[in-house]
Design a protein around this ligand. Sequence first.
Ligand code: AMP
Length: 174
Amino acid sequence: MKKYAKLIRDIPDFPKPGIVFKDITTLIKNGKAFQEVIDIFYKKIKNKKIDLVLAIESRGFIFGGALANKLKVGFVPVRKPGKLPWAVEQESYSLEYGQDTLQIHQDAVKKGQKVLIVDDLLATGGTLQATCRLVEKLGGKVAGILVLIELSFLKGKDKLSNYDFFSLIKYDSE
Ligand code: AMP
């Protein structure tokens, strides 16, 4: 959606050379745009039976938290290692250079619960794929995935073909 894409700021070479960082702070500081985005997400999934919204540190929390509240369901954080205070389940995944790990509390999702996953951006898909695995390890079911931005030229969606996926803004090139 062009209207919202205009509110996202491109920061070249952040956090490292060659990456064009999509800065969403310029969108969320606009109260009307932020509310509209949450409304669009809400309308997309309001007819699904969802027990929990789960989001990924840290920008995912902004959208996931607001959406969980609107849906009147609970919120579960998925975090980088060492941040969650209780017993965790974890998943590691490959990055372009090296590995990354995500953690979730072992009791965050009950067997059979339907979980909606929210993040700010889909790039290569490793983050969301690992998050789906975390949900499934705990016995939950991924009811859908919502992201604000999809960098479609990186083909991250191919890793998520088993899931119901929606992105609001697509970039076909950098
Ligand atoms: P990936 O695992 O490659 O799909 O990367 C997705 C995660 O990395 C998301 O949680 C994003 O917040 C972050 N990310 C990756 N690329 C960018 C980018 N160009 N701009 C902003 N965030 C990014």
